[in-house]
Design a protein around this ligand. Structure first.
Ligand code: HPA
Length: 239
């Protein structure tokens, strides 16, 4: 048990699926997990452990931003002996032709943050996900015939959701071959690297920052179904 997680060590599976919103984690757990048990509720950061096809998994929230996911991911890897964390979330697209509800497999994450200072002074602005997990998710997408909806690429882990007078434009990022923006993966990938563990983020496009198209809260409820099915297929393929 830690200051942020009341689960017993044996109540957390070796694979943890994490969503920013704990209620999205709950929704996934209730829909896809068998023999599901609530194992954490400190600060409302719900965590559930259960089974998908005999494979034991934990599904947990991680909050918003690198600082928040950093706390939970570090504790899961370090104190709960978790091997794999998959973050599933939403992103804003930097590409005109990435449609709402398309899926992104984030093989690399870029940030302008100095978050890496806290982890062996890591000072590269880009970090890779586990290539093994990228391959496994690519295979799961193929199995589900989702290839046309899936893009593999580099994402931006931004420090800001809101900015005023920010000097960089969306084009500056897309010129750097960055396809979408979220706020957590750089920290997750860095912590996984430092602790010799595996991590990957998969995302659903919830807004297109070029065309300004946005999904409504209602649409998002159903629109994440492809991502949920992809997670499920990934787990089934492991078992
Ligand atoms: N910025 C940062 N994170 C996000 C966004 C965004 O526009 N959309 C979804 N997650």
């Amino acid at each position: 048990m830690t200051a942020h997680n009341e689960a017993k060590k044996e109540d957390i599976a070796k694979i943890v699926l994490m969503a920013g919103d704990p209620l999205r984690a709950k929704k996934f757990a209730k829909k896809y997990l068998q023999k599901v048990k609530l194992v954490n509720s400190i600060r409302g950061m719900l965590a559930f452990t259960g089974y998908i096809n005999e494979k034991r998994v934990t599904v947990m929230g991680h909050g918003m931003g690198m600082e928040s996911i950093g706390i939970y991911a570090y504790e899961l890897y370090k104190f709960y002996d978790v091997d794999i964390i998959i973050r599933f979330g939403s992103c804003g697209s930097y590409l005109k032709d990435l449609n709402l509800f398309d899926l992104v497999i984030a093989e690399e994450a870029y940030t302008e943050s100095n978050y890496g200072l806290g982890f062996k002074n890591y000072n590269e602005d880009t970090i890779k996900a586990s290539s093994e997990l990228v391959e496994k998710f690519t295979k799961a997408a193929k199995d589900l015939n989702l290839n046309d909806k899936v893009k593999i690429g580099k994402i931006h882990s931004s420090m800001w959701f809101y900015t005023e007078g920010y000097s960089k434009s969306i084009k500056d990022y897309s010129d750097q071959k960055i396809i979408a923006v979220e706020m957590e993966s750089y920290a997750l990938y860095l912590i996984a690297k430092i602790l010799n563990k595996k991590a990957l983020t998969i995302l659903t496009v919830s807004d297109n920052l070029v065309t300004k198209k946005e999904t409504t809260a209602m649409e998002r409820q159903e629109g994440f179904i492809d991502m949920f099915n992809l997670l499920k297929k990934f787990i089934i393929n492991l078992s």
